[in-house]
Design a protein around this ligand. Structure first.
Ligand SMILES: C[S@@+](CC[C@H](N)C(=O)[O-])C[C@H]1O[C@@H](n2cnc3c(N)ncnc32)[C@H](O)[C@@H]1O
Length: 243
């Protein structure tokens, strides 16, 4: 076959073989402000959902409460993440580091945990916590902003958000920046208290439905929904991948 024809054929094959990255149209304006709203929210809405207040660092005791493992079965969550030695994992909205040191044990000496938070006080507490657990060399604290986790491009195998996404002030911008920091094939994981379950004893704005998270992620064509793992008593584990 003529070389030009061969080249055209190769291009066509590549085009047809590439995944079709379709997204929902981005709403304009992206966010809506309402004067009447839930006292636990900031009065800013994204696709019909009101964004919750950020949990202040003074409330860290709730994150470290001894009964947390039993209530939330955080052991099952860690198991479900199937973290491998040597991986780079981001703990987005890491807080006091409840999950950072546990993940640091999984990634081992060759791996890294990038612990991102917007509150310096949380990161200081987190690093004290990491030193106490003797994993400080495997964990890097990163001070992010409300729109950007400040992580290197294509660096993460996994990004975990436990009880965090519902309080992102700029969820669309944050997820866009997080996708850039995710390796192709890497996983983006949302752990949110189930809105669908009336028995979950958590404030309304601190819970999310699977449908709402998936609706918001449909604005990002690079993300593909993989599964909702449900071994936990109160929370969804919603897993997306960067295609
Ligand atoms: C409820 S705490 C959860 C902490 C931790 N994930 C855990 O489960 O123990 C939420 C944390 O997310 C942080 N946060 C909120 N918005 C953030 C953002 N845009 N980027 C990074 N961290 C954020 C808060 O500062 C707070 O430390």
């Amino acid at each position: 076959m003529h070389p030009i024809r061969l080249l055209l054929l190769a291009h066509l094959t590549l085009l047809l073989g590439a995944p079709l990255l379709r997204a929902e149209p981005i709403p304009a304006p992206l966010y809506e402000t309402r004067s009447e709203h839930d006292p636990n929210g900031i009065g800013k809405f994204f696709l019909g959902r009101e964004i919750a207040h950020v949990m202040g660092h003074q409330a860290w005791g709730w994150l470290e409460r001894p009964e947390r493992e039993e209530e939330e079965r955080t052991d099952l969550l860690l198991e479900a993440l199937a973290i491998q030695p040597g991986q780079t994992v981001a703990d987005i909205g890491a807080g006091s580091g409840y999950f950072s040191w546990r993940m640091a044990r999984k990634v081992g000496d060759e791996g890294r945990v990038l612990a991102v938070d917007i509150q310096n006080e949380m990161l200081e507490m987190l690093m004290r916590n990491m030193a106490m657990r003797r994993v400080e060399k495997r964990v890097k604290p990163v001070l992010g902003t409300i729109t950007d986790p400040k992580l290197p491009p294509n660096s993460c195998d996994l990004m975990l958000m436990v009880d965090v996404y519902h309080e992102f002030d700029h969820p669309f911008e944050m997820i866009t920046a997080m996708i850039s920091a995710l390796k192709p094939g890497g996983r983006l994981v949302f752990v949110e208290f189930r809105l669908e379950d009336p028995k979950v004893p958590i404030k309304l704005l601190h819970r999310m439905s699977e449908e709402q998270v998936r609706k918001e992620m449909r604005l990002h064509p690079a993300l593909k929904f993989l599964e909702n793992k449900s071994p936990l008593p109160q929370q969804h584990i919603l897993i997306f991948t960067r295609q």
